[in-house]
Design a protein around this ligand. Structure first.
Ligand code: ADP
Ligand code: MG
Length: 377
């Protein structure tokens, strides 16, 4: 039997999407091929502390916890990764004093959503450490995290996007009247205010008039120093999953279908709580022509940010004109039992366990490709 690869699964994190990340990690641990991989769970608290594998495991639901290798139970010291490639393994933070351990990592799967996970920060650490990792690199991660930068790249690639403006929290605090005038003139009502760098609908709200605009911008500005305001669209929400490195492939598109009018937009609760008010349907009920257009655009969006590994590209299909706009690209899409990414690949013929195999292969492929770069003259 060949030796198992040691896969570090990092989850939790200093993010408003901490809980979603735990649910995604749970799905990955359930689906990963245990004959090929040995999982080392590495949780990061909301405060940013790295936990021991056994404490990390205790954050997971019992079923997933019981699937972990027995070695995890005994490893009670907090472990972390250091940015030095001569230690391609885990470092002890406590116990017998900080220092290297024998615990090697062959590859890391950062199952972190939002800040300090999806934004290039953990990817930077993994680059410094020289460890292969699943998913997008530093640049694609940070560009995919920032809704303003991402839209700029999409526009540059000729992809259609919605009308929007953006400003800094400081500008809003100094002169809210000027911002309100800009929103009224350039966007109009209703509109959506969003923190530029977040996900899972956290900090996002709709403003129907100038009165509600203040609350919406204040909310968004409490999560980020950069705020984006977009025209509110009457649309269908279509998604498409992408897998690959330099020659990415797109899945069949899926759609969030709103079953009850109370679900005004896909907020955090609607996305993750099984309210029964929204349903994710694959394949999306669109024509074959539109479906291939969605897949083509998803690949184009992936390439526009120089993506790697995986991403989910989210579209708005305008109800009145049937026009397709790109809303966003998520470099670490939700991987929970109710999430679109695994469902879309399953419907395309690739069950989640196989998706994970592919992601790990892609991580090595990219690592090898990067290793060809000269770092000396
Ligand atoms: N311009 C818009 N018009 C109408 N609804 C929107 C608009 N932007 C966002 N929404 C709603 O808010 C949800 C979350 O917004 P999104 O931009 O996808 O942020 P997140 O990164 O949090 O997923 C969307 O899925 C959609 O339901
Ligand atoms: Mg979204």
């Amino acid at each position: 039997m060949t030796k198992k690869l040691h896969v570090g699964i990092i989850f939790g994190g200093r993010s408003g999407e901490h809980e979603v990340s735990i649910r995604s990690a749970n799905s990955v641990i359930e689906a990963i091929d245990r004959d090929r991989y040995e999982v080392i769970p590495l949780a990061i608290t909301k405060e940013g502390h790295w936990l021991s594998p056994s404490d990390s495991a205790s954050l997971l639901p019992e079923y997933a916890r019981n699937l972990l290798p027995p070695t995890v139970k005994g490893s009670g010291e907090a472990l972390t990764i250091v940015g030095d490639p001569s230690h391609a393994g885990l470092f002890r933070l406590e116990g017998n004093g900080p220092g290297a351990t024998n615990q090697k990592l062959d590859v890391v799967f950062p199952v972190l959503h939002g800040t300090f996970g999806e934004d290039g920060t953990i990817q930077g650490l993994l680059e410094m450490a020289g460890i292969p990792y699943v998913g997008c690199g530093v640049l694609a991660s940070s560009c995919g995290m920032d809704k303003v930068t991402m839209k700029t790249l999409f526009r540059q690639a000729g992809l259609p996007i919605c009308k929007h403006i953006w400003f800094l929290r400081g500008e809003w605090e100094r002169d809210p009247e000027a911002i309100k005038v800009r929103v009224a003139r350039e966007i109009g009502f209703p509109c959506f205010a969003k923190p530029a760098n977040l996900g899972s609908s956290v900090g996002i709200s709709r403003a129907d008039d100038e009165q509600s605009l203040k609350g919406a911008i204040d909310l968004a500005a409490s999560y980020d120093r950069k705020v984006i305001v977009e025209e509110a669209l009457n649309m269908r929400e279509i998604e498409c999953a992408v897998l690959g490195n330099d020659e990415p492939e797109a899945s069949l598109p899926g759609e969030y279908v709103i079953l009850e009018a109370q679900a005004a937009f896909l907020d955090y609760t609607e996305k993750y709580s099984n309210t029964g008010r929204v349903e994710f349907v694959v394949p999306a009920q669109v024509s074959a022509k539109l479906s291939s257009e969605i897949r083509r655009m998803a690949v184009k969006a992936f390439k526009a940010v120089d993506g790697a590994g995986l991403a989910r590209v989210d579209f708005f299909l305008l109800r009145d004109t049937n026009k397709l706009l790109i809303n966003e690209l998520n470099t670490l899409p939700g991987l929970t039992d109710v999430s679109g990414f695994p469902k879309m690949w399953t419907a395309t013929g690739l069950p989640f366990g196989k998706v994970i195999d592919r992601l790990i292969e892609l991580a090595f492929e990219r690592h090898v490709d990067k290793s060809r770069n000269l770092t000396t003259r």
